[in-house]
Write a protein that binds this ligand. Sequence first.
Ligand code: RAM
Length: 921
Amino acid sequence: MNFKSLIRNSVPFLAILFFTSCEPEVIEKPTALTLSEGFENPMGFYDATPTFSWQLTVAKDVSSQTAYRIVAAGSPDLLPENADLWDSKKQETSRSTWIKYEGEPLSSRQKVFWQVQYWNQDGTPSAWSETQHFELGLLKNSDWQAKWVGLNTAKDSIRGRENVLIHKPQYLRKGFEVSDKVASARLYITSKGVFDVSLNGKNISDDAMSPGFTSYDKRIETLTYDVTDLLTSGQNVLGVELASGWYSGRLLWGTTPWDNTISPKVLAQLEIVKGDGSKELILSDSSWKGMTNGPLEFAEIYDGEIYNANLEMPNWTTADFDDTNWTTVEISEINDSVALAPKRHTAVKDKIKLTPQEITKKDGAVIFDLTQNMVGVPLVNVPMKKGDTLKIRFAEMLSPDGTFYTDNYRSAHSTDYYIAAEDGDITYKPKFTFHGFRYVELSGFDSAKEPSKDWVTGIVQYSDFEDNGTFSSSHDKLNQLQSNIVWGLRGNFLDIPTDCPQRDERLGWTGDAQVFGPTSMFNADVYKFWASWLQSVREAQLEDGAIPWTVPDSRGNKIASSGWGDVCTIIPWKIYRRTGDIGFLEDNFEMMKQWVAHHELKSENYISDMMSFSDWLQPYPENDDNKGDTSRNLIGTAFFAHSAKLTAQTAAVLGKNEEQARYGALYRTVAQAFDEKYFDETGKVKEVPETQTSYLLALAFDLLPENKRKNAQANLLRKLNDADNHLRTGFLGTPLLSEVLDEMGEIDLMYKLLFNESYPSWFYSINQGATTIWERWNSYSKEEGYNPKSMNSLNHYAYGAIGEWMYERIAGIAPLEAGYKTIRIAPQPKSPLTSASATYQTPYGEVASSWNLENNVFQLETKIPPNTTATVVLPGNIEKELLLDGTSINDNNSVQLTKTSIDSFELLVQPGTYNFQTIMR
Ligand code: RAM
């Protein structure tokens, strides 16, 4: 043997030697450390008993966790070994998500530093993570020494649209002196209304529409800003712009449980810590001054803004401004029955910029097409003549003659005006309103100038979250559907989940949230958004357990609707399935129980008589009724049983055995009553109209005895067949179609429904040019134009609920266990698709599934995150045709073939990235 071959033959041996001798004693540190529902190093945090989560590094020597240790301290120097707040000690467990803080009690303003370390499957410890931190906000009303301040704008008695009281926007300011060097400074602030705050001429943040929309009679959220660097020694000025927003503004139905006659107010507490450790407070109080003659003359969410540049007050938030003409503010005390609590999800921000692709001149105006229906504000940069008024109109779509279709805004004026103070280019971005639009029309600009595309930018605004998943396929229209779903989400997650973003409504309709919530979790990092809104739902729940139609409850009519109020059982359960966070179930369990009690209250012999919007906007209704044909009481009874079942399942997770038994029994009793009342011996609907949705509810919620199930399934297929294999479902029935047909093994039929092009179907609106999901299956058609009903939103996410099935079944990523500790990868390769892919950020890291089918060769590339395992289901049944990275799976110890059935392989797969291939026959 010569030297070369000696080396060659020894390489594996040498490599092993090298590998073992250099085997790291410590593995790489954990990553993606987050607090509670996904916060990263938050300031002004809302919870003194947070939870901690982290992810394991994707590395060869890491497949799972066997133990962890978390340490927390008041100073980073004490970490990791001298933690003064908490040392969890080494905990032998694979749990790496939602670990509860169990250290020293924490209080308002406290700053905490923390680190985590884990041990891998071989017991090798990781390095300590980077040091993370969080700082609590003001957690109790008694932390506030400031008072509510503002001018009495109600006394002007200006009336606007729908005769609603209009409050003129206010400008408020406070000058103060800072003597010594500032070590740190926090501004705690909120408003009744919406605010924008500056310090010494600088905007403190780019948050929009703060503090957001909560049940204001129960809780007002507060924001915390680090303003250390904005303070100067000597004179300083805080300036606040304040408008009515959701608190004192115009909302559908006019009246609100909080009072629109209350003028907007601000509450601000600036806490300064000096170099010597002493503290100084600047509070909103009677020393503040205000006026209402500033440039912003009008601001309403539905109606838009009027901005008069002639009234600008340069430098009004700096020290050299003279406010002697300003009025002293009125003050009012903090009301202890309304909690002031740190905002528990992210504020609205400018998230995306859209530039127009086309401009058209029309009758002296010019129309900009952003090509995407969006929500937010325009940024305009336009040449103007002194004294002229720029008028900015919006529309979601154009009428066939090129004019603006705005009937569907109903009474929302949705128009902004800018009055120019001099000749030249102006820049303007509305502040206290938002619009739903694809088209922007400008008129009143300098007509001597040639319009250009850069006059308008679409600023897309929504709560500050990031995308969390991707879905794409070989089919253009399915990709457009995915895009429409994502834009429906972006457009309707502006602080609360809304039904629509453009007309005189934009409310937290509970039914819409119920159906779309699960899909939203796939597309965006919205756990904190939902957790926050669910708190508002809990606060809005009435004494008899009713959940109002919309949350926050802006109607206050004390009535609940079945299928809408059930948001309070369905969303906690569905989000728990995605996150595995038991704390979320704990938070909502009482509300779930009270809601089930409300169902009981509204039933006789377990048959519901609850009010319902029913299968809202079902196509082809018999009586031209928005509520469709499915019996109201059948729907109510089905949701009664379903909510009882989800409450039983929740009790089981929480280890509450007695309640599990009680709600489990209640579910069975209601299901039996449902069956007896509405189904005959043969599993056919009796006494009430036989609709697709009646079968879907019975099957999805498991309400029929085994012997009737099969027949009910056959009846559903018959109803679908009668409709030429088209859906006849509204808001409640549609999300159940995919789930039920899938359960029945009718994937081909579900593909047929999904890929239908004709009315009613998902692609129908796409064929008519939709770039978002519409409220109605036929909001517009090229032949017949706009639906004549004025309730016709072109940005309404409800039917986007199909997105959940696209991720879970077309691409094939689903949790087997809550929170994706075990995952099922089981894609559905079917015509007309030849490929589909999805990625999703689970609490353990990214999971991916991407399949491709060409000439019967099926390929799947999948990524399984560390600390999880997956069951992968592949089509095929001939073992020698099953390949991993081009070779047999036999010698791979990360993959184990557990089952071969007539048409599929089932594999148990460890974390890693794999490329499988099989032949489909
Ligand atoms: C309308 C909207 C909303 C729906 C209610 C019942 O306001 O269509 O989406 O939930 O009605």
